[in-house]
Write a protein that binds this ligand. Structure first.
Ligand code: NDP
Length: 328
């Protein structure tokens, strides 16, 4: 019987979770109409939560974690894909309810896949990963809300993280003035090299603030939530907009309606997991066009398959800067 290497999260009778590198039988793979040889993957915050068990990301056991992969189709009965196609998968419950990316092979529903743009390699696509693709969705949401570089600066919170670092790179290439909010101000040079014009300490935003503050930015990309998001909204200029995608500080939103009703500020929710195919394809083609690949390389750390578990633990502890990519 043929088998392949994978990271497996298991649970015992007392619901205690364990994680190990295992050999998995191909006959045990979950249902799907496309089988892919995984070439590269990455570590997102959600993968960290899955592997450490700090939040209920995994819903079925045993589970192969990993919400993102790039690979080559080995076998397909889906009309849209054929053996040899280069594909990317982001989200759709893969690594949560369906066996995921941390394996040599994955079998998935072809409707979850998109073809990898030719200008982006498998490794680069995972260096971008869900975090970078979500950063692009945030930028697109701001654009749809009518925000342009002429309106004023954009604040990016969680600046040293995956979403934040890619958002800074994208926004600066698109001509925006970017303010980076971070707890790691010693990384100011790194953030400036990505294109941040100004750095602020995240403590300025992380405590409870007033309903309306001084108008400081035309928009924001927020990966942090909680008081930070509330303060970002309260300090957004008249007619501005904030794209909210994360909860690194917390999932609460202790805000008032004042910025919405007195300044016409918009709050834009961004979800990457179930985003429709047309939006995904648009985001990936924008990434191909608008992301500086040299900057992407500068914010990426390369690791091996056997380092994935350790990197997943590190991301939950806020020890990862930028993005991590693993080739398989
Ligand atoms: P990372 O862990 O790479 O980055 C998160 C960053 O947030 C950290 O680097 C840190 O930045 C900052 N941060 C961490 N803890 C706190 C805190 N207590 N208070 C304030 N800031 C904090 O994660 P990602 O960038 O991959 O993801 C960011 C968030 O976005 C996560 O909550 C994730 O779940 C969510 N997400 C949502 C998606 C969606 O579809 N909506 C898709 C992808 C991610 P610094 O050190 O610079 O302060």
């Amino acid at each position: 019987m043929s088998s392949f290497k994978a990271i497996l999260i298991s649970r015992d009778e007392e619901k205690k979770q364990s994680v190990e590198v295992s050999q998995v039988n191909e006959s045990d793979m979950m249902e799907g109409d496309v089988t892919v040889a995984v070439e590269a993957t990455t570590v997102n915050y959600k993968d960290g939560l899955a592997i450490t068990g700090k939040a209920p990301v995994v819903r079925k056991w045993p589970m192969i974690p990993g919400i993102d992969f790039a690979g080559k189709v080995i076998e397909s009965s889906n009309a849209n894909f054929a053996a040899g196609d280069d594909v990317i998968l982001n989200g759709f419950g893969v690594g949560e309810t369906h066996w995921g990316a941390y394996a040599e092979k994955a079998r998935v529903n072809g409707d979850w896949l998109i073809k990898r743009p030719q200008g982006i390699s498998a490794k680069q696509s995972m260096s971008i990963g869900t975090a970078g693709y979500t950063a692009m969705l945030c930028v697109m949401a701001l654009e749809r809300a009518g925000i342009s570089a002429d309106n004023g600066p954009i604040i990016v919170t969680g600046a040293n993280g995956g979403v934040g670092s890619v958002a800074i790179s994208l926004l600066s290439k698109l001509g925006y003035e970017v303010i980076a909010s971070t707890g790691r101000t010693d990384e100011a040079d790194f953030l400036k090299s990505l294109g941040a014009a100004d750095i602020i300490d995240r403590n300025e935003l992380s405590e409870a603030g007033g309903p309306l503050g001084k108008e400081r930015w035309a928009g924001g990309v927020d990966a942090v939530g909680s008081h930070t998001l509330a303060n970002v909204i309260a300090q957004t200029k008249y007619g501005g907009a904030v794209a909210a995608c994360g909860l690194a500080q917390g999932f609460d939103l202790p805000a008032t309606v004042m910025p919405f009703i007195l300044r016409g500020v918009s709050l834009l929710g961004v979800d990457s997991v179930m985003a429709k195919k047309s939006l995904r394809e648009e985001a990936w083609s924008r990434l191909e066009r608008d992301l500086d690949m040299a900057k992407l390389e500068s914010l990426t750390t390369e690791i091996g398959f056997d380092d994935l578990i350790g990197a997943a633990k590190d991301i939950v502890e806020g020890k990862i800067r930028g993005r991590v990519v693993a080739t398989i």
